[in-house]
Design a protein around this ligand. Structure first.
Ligand code: IMP
Ligand code: MG
Length: 174
């Protein structure tokens, strides 16, 4: 791979931020709740978040849904699709919806509506990375890790054309 990657947040910084987010989430959501991660980008973040919540004595259930809007491009197609099954058995549950990045806002808005249509009692939203300048629909995540400008991010589960998800840090790619 020839592209250069600039490290924006290293492993230690991410771990510290995830711990703070877990604290905020634990205070805001009382009682049992289910984390619903959006695949594939959220898989590393969800894995760290459930363990940070556990360290605070909170035992969340975990589920995933698969949505896609990107393909292999650096710009969203603007059309979010559910790829695979809708989450089952969430009626009446408190849900924390987790994605890697909130960009235009379409994915999390779509996912929140999907979960509400499935009968979720309450839906909170969390994104590791927020690009507020890119919003195309009104949306504010309840919990957000790092704000970035209009740049393309990879690492810590986040890909460019299916590469770089394995990187332990969050980086910028040109
Ligand atoms: P939105 O629907 O435009 O908010 O896009 C959210 C989705 O786009 C995220 O789940 C990511 O998968 C993807 N995405 C947005 N920005 C980036 C980026 O900088 N790198 C990789 N994926 C991104
Ligand atoms: Mg995604």
């Amino acid at each position: 791979m020839a592209e250069a990657i600039e490290i924006l947040h290293d492993e230690a910084e991410i771990a510290a931020r995830v711990k703070v987010l877990a604290g905020e989430i634990g205070e805001a959501i009382q009682g049992d709740f289910t984390i619903v991660g959006i695949l594939k980008g959220s898989f590393v973040f969800v894995a760290d978040l459930v363990r940070a919540l556990d360290a605070l004595g909170r035992r969340s259930r975990v589920d995933f849904i698969r949505l896609s809007s990107y393909g292999a491009a650096k710009r969203s197609s603007g059309e979010v699709r559910l790829a695979g099954a809708a989450p089952a058995g969430i009626a009446g549950h408190k849900i924390l919806l987790v994605d890697d990045i909130v960009d235009t806002g379409r994915t999390l808005v779509y996912a929140r509506e999907l979960l509400q249509a499935q009968g979720a009692a309450d839906v909170w939203t969390c994104a590791l990375i927020d690009k507020p300048s890119r919003r195309e629909v009104a949306f504010t995540a309840d919990f957000a890790g790092f704000q970035v400008p209009d740049i393309f991010i990879v690492g810590y589960g986040i890909d460019y054309a299916e590469n770089y998800r394995h990187l332990p840090y969050i980086g910028k790619i040109d």
